[in-house]
Design a protein. Sequence first.
Length: 243
Amino acid sequence: MIKEALDYLVKLGLERQALKKIGERDYSLVDLHPVMPPTLPVVTVSTLQGLVDVAEALEDERGYMADAWIAVVRSPVIVELISESVPPWNPRPTAILARMNPENIVCFPFNTYLDVEMFILGAMTAFDQHAGDIKDVLKIVSNIKDEAIKTATDDGVSQTVTVKAGLVKAEQVKIQNPIRLRPFRTFPEVTQPESKYVLRFRREPTLQAGLWEVKDSQWEPQAMKNIADYLTERLNKSIEVVV
């Protein structure tokens, strides 16, 4: 009796239509989910050198990299090592994902005025100290006299302010904008792209300094090219690097 009831329910399920027509359109009566074949877990790293090291380890230890692979630079902070071949009914597998840790990026607060001390601290930690005009900027901001802003000349592009040139001596310095700086915005292994900024001062009520961004759409392609050059030089020559 029970067996006959179960057989009836199974038969009823098999005979049930999977599609129902409403108007001119077919609708599914059941949810369909593809059964995906098993894949190896993605190895996640936070540096370009980490990606290179893992790729070498996979190649040496398991021969996993014997297949064709491509290093794809997705953005200034993301790189994927993906398979060149696509299995049937399966997404293109990713072996290694390099994603720059955002906690490692010190973001300078652009487009606002800061107290001189906060400006100096930000400028010393958020920019490459060996490139661009950063040394000149720090020298001016560190030595500017508070009362200089009262009499500073300003033509909308540049400012002329008084800076200390010794224990008692002072001199006039013209700040010619825009200035060129290299903030940390991509992986530390590569050269940081250069961008232009406007340096401004005011006294309200104490001396303040600020950097304003000049809209620049070229830094991201340059950063991605720098990443591609780095990986091309260090990865196995069989791995193509694309941007």
